[in-house]
Design a protein. Structure first.
Length: 512
C-alpha cells in the first residue's frame, strides 16, 4: 500500500446513509428489468449451493445510495443464520478461469482480482459467475473514475484531491505495464475491447467497493450476496463469518470476514506461498442486531472516515463520528518556515525525527491525524513543542536525545518536558496518561490554530456556511459527486474548527 493510500485507509469512520424513498420515482421499466436480474441472481445462487434464507429480500427500490439493498421480510433476531455462501462460489484469483494467466504474469492483489473480474465479464453468459456479474453496476461512482475536471472542481483542498490524481495515473500505468502486454501477446486470446483501460478502471472500482478478505487460502475476492448489503457502521445488523469444517485447517473455528482494506499494492505474488485450496468451507451470514420486518439490513464496511468512504465506496456520512483530518508534515514545515528561518525549521524537524517517539506504525510520519473531536495526534504536539523550545532547552534536548530514543512514549515525553521546561509536574500528572496536556503550551496552541487556518485556506474562499447551503440544495442521488464532496469538505472543516477550539480552550486555561 502506498503512503497516499495508507493515509486514506487508516482512518476511522461511521457512515449512516439517509433512507430515501425512490419507489415512486423509478420508471416501471427499470424496476421490471432489475426484478429480472434479481431473479436471475437468485437462480444462480441456487445452482451454486448458496443457502439464502427467505427472511431476506433483495430489492432495488431506493435504498440509501440507490441500487440494490437487502431487507428483512420478518423480524430477524440476534444469532439467526440468514445465509451460507460456499467459498468456492466467490470470485477470486484462485477460482477464476484467468488464474493461470494472472499467476503466470505475476499479478496479485487488487490488480490481479480486477483482471479476474474483467476476464469473467468478458466471457458473458459463458462465465460461471455470469448470474452474479449481471447484477453488478458497470462501475462504482468512486473518485477514481471521475474526470480530472471533476476531481479538481469537487475535491480541491480535501484529503482526497492529491491522492485521487496520483491514483488515476498509477492505475493507468498499471494497465499499460501489466494488462496491455497480456492482450498484445495474443497468448490468451483476450478481446482488446474487454480489456481496455476503461474496463480496467471499472473493474478496479468494483474491487475497491465490493471485495472481502475471505481467508488465507482464497485470499480476497468478490463474495456474491454478501456484497449486496449497504453500510451502517456501529449499527450493522449482520456479520460474515468464515466457517471451516476441517479441524486441520489454518482457519479453525469462526472468524469475521471484513471488507478488503488493502489495495494489494504488491502486484507480484510468489506462487509457492499460496496454501492448497479447500473447497469444503463456507461463509456464514449471522444476524448480530435485531432487524425489524421491512427494514433494510445493513452490514459494516469498517470503521473509516469520510475520505476513505468516498475514495473506496463513493459516499460519505454527514455524522461520521470516526471522521478525521490529516495535517501534512509539509504544511507544518511551511507554517514553521513562515515564523522562523528555514535553517531553524529544518534543525527542529530533524531533531524531532531523531527522537523517533512515533511508534512502529508511524516511524516515517509524513502527516498527523486530527480526530473527529478536534484532538491532535501526540506526534504533532511533540513536534510543535520542539519547534518552540528556547535555544538553551533545545541544546539540552540535543544532549539527552540518545537517552530518550528507546524509552516508551510517555516516559520519554515526561523526561523531555521535565528537562526543558520550568514546569513543576505533579506525580499524578506524570502518571495519569494525560501526556498531551504537558505539551500544549500557549505557543503550541497558537501554532495549532495557525495550522488549522492554513489547512482550511486550501479549500478556497467559500465558507462552511456556504458549503452547508450548497449541501442543502444538492440532491445526494442526482448530484452524487458534488453532494458527497461537499459533505467531505464540510466535515473536514468542522474538525478544523474543533481543533481551533481545542487550542483556544487550552491556551485560555493557562491564562486563568
Ligand atoms: C457493496 S455495495 C452494496 C450494494 C449496492 N448498493 C448495490 O447496488 O449493489 C457498495 C456500494 O453501495 C453503496 N452504498 C452502500 N452503503 C451506502 C450508504 N450508507 N450510503 C450511500 N451509498 C451506499 C455505494 O455505492 C457503495 O459503493
Amino acid at each position: 500500500m502506498s503512503r497516499v493510500e495508507e493515509k486514506i485507509f487508516y482512518v476511522s469512520g461511521r457512515p449512516i446513509g439517509r433512507p430515501v424513498n425512490r419507489t415512486q420515482s423509478i420508471p416501471v421499466l427499470v424496476q421490471t428489468h432489475s426484478l429480472t436480474r434479481i431473479r436471475a441472481f437468485k437462480r444462480w445462487m441456487k445452482s451454486h449451493d448458496f443457502d439464502c434464507s427467505d427472511a431476506l429480500e433483495i430489492v432495488d427500490d431506493g435504498c440509501v445510495g440507490g441500487g440494490i439493498s437487502v431487507r428483512a421480510v420478518c423480524d430477524l433476531k440476534e444469532g439467526d443464520l440468514v445465509a451460507t455462501i460456499p467459498k468456492s462460489a466467490c470470485l477470486t484469483i484462485q477460482t477464476s478461469g484467468a488464474r493461470e494467466m494472472i499467476e503466470s504474469a505475476g499479478l496479485a492483489g487488487s490488480l490481479g482480482l480486477a483482471v479476474a473480474v474483467m476476464y469473467e465479464r468478458s466471457l458473458g453468459p459463458a462465465s460461471p459467475w455470469h448470474g452474479y456479474l449481471q447484477l453488478l453496476p458497470d462501475r462504482e461512482c468512486v473518485p477514481l473514475v471521475w474526470s480530472l475536471r471533476e476531481v479538481d472542481a469537487f475535491l480541491s483542498g480535501t484529503e482526497l484531491h492529491k491522492t485521487v490524481k496520483e491514483d488515476k495515473s498509477s492505475v493507468y500505468e498499471d494497465w499499460r505495464e501489466f494488462i496491455e502486454p497480456l492482450v498484445l501477446s495474443g497468448t490468451w486470446n483476450l478481446d482488446p475491447d474487454r480489456f481496455g483501460v476503461e474496463q480496467y478502471f471499472s473493474a478496479k472500482t468494483l474491487v475497491s467497493s465490493r471485495s472481502f478478505q475471505i481467508d488465507s487460502c482464497y485470499g480476497f475476492g468478490m463474495v456474491p450476496l454478501a456484497d449486496l448489503f449497504n453500510h451502517k457502521t456501529g449499527a450493522e445488523h449482520v456479520h460474515f463469518t468464515s466457517v471451516t469444517s476441517s479441524s486441520s485447517s489454518d482457519d479453525d473455528g469462526d472468524s469475521d470476514i471484513s471488507y478488503e482494506s488493502h489495495d494489494g499494492e504488491s502486484s507480484i505474488v510468489n506462487s509457492n506461498t499460496r496454501s492448497s485450496g479447500k473447497d469444503d468451507t463456507n461463509l456464514e451470514m449471522i444476524i448480530v442486531k435485531y432487524a425489524e420486518a421491512g427494514c433494510e439490513v445493513f452490514n459494516t464496511y469498517g470503521i473509516i472516515g469520510n475520505a476513505a468512504l468516498l475514495y473506496r465506496y463513493g459516499f460519505t456520512e454527514p455524522d461520521n463520528q470516526y471522521d478525521i483530518v490529516n495535517i501534512d508534515l509539509a504544511l507544518v514545515v511551511r507554517w514553521c518556515s513562515s515564523a522562523f528561518s528555514g535553517r531553524y525549521c529544518r534543525a527542529r524537524v530533524s531533531c524531532w525525527r531523531k527522537l523517533n517517539y512515533l511508534g512502529s506504525a508511524n516511524q516515517h510520519c509524513e502527516y498527523f491525524e486530527i480526530s473527529c473531536d478536534g484532538e491532535p495526534e501526540l506526534e504533532l504536539l511533540v513536534l510543535l513543542y520542539i519547534i518552540f523550545l528556547q535555544e538553551e532547552d533545545y541544546e539540552k534536548l540535543g544532549y539527552m536525545s540518545d537517552a530518550l530514543v528507546n524509552l516508551d512514549e510517555s516516559t520519554a515525553i515526561v523526561k523531555l518536558v521535565k528537562a526543558t521546561s520550568n514546569k513543576r509536574m505533579k506525580m499524578d500528572q506524570e502518571t495519569s496518561g494525560d501526556i498531551k496536556e504537558l505539551l500544549v503550551s500557549d505557543n503550541v496552541c497558537f501554532a495549532l490554530s495557525s495550522l488549522a487556518d492554513l489547512r482550511e485556506s486550501l479549500y478556497g474562499s467559500s465558507s462552511v456556511e456556504e458549503d452547508t447551503k450548497k449541501i442543502e440544495r444538492c440532491c445526494d442521488m442526482k448530484e452524487r459527486k458534488a453532494y458527497h464532496s461537499l459533505v467531505l469538505r464540510k466535515c473536514e472543516r468542522l474538525i478544523l474548527g474543533r481543533l481551533r477550539d481545542y487550542a483556544s480552550k487550552r491556551s485560555s486555561k493557562k491564562k486563568l
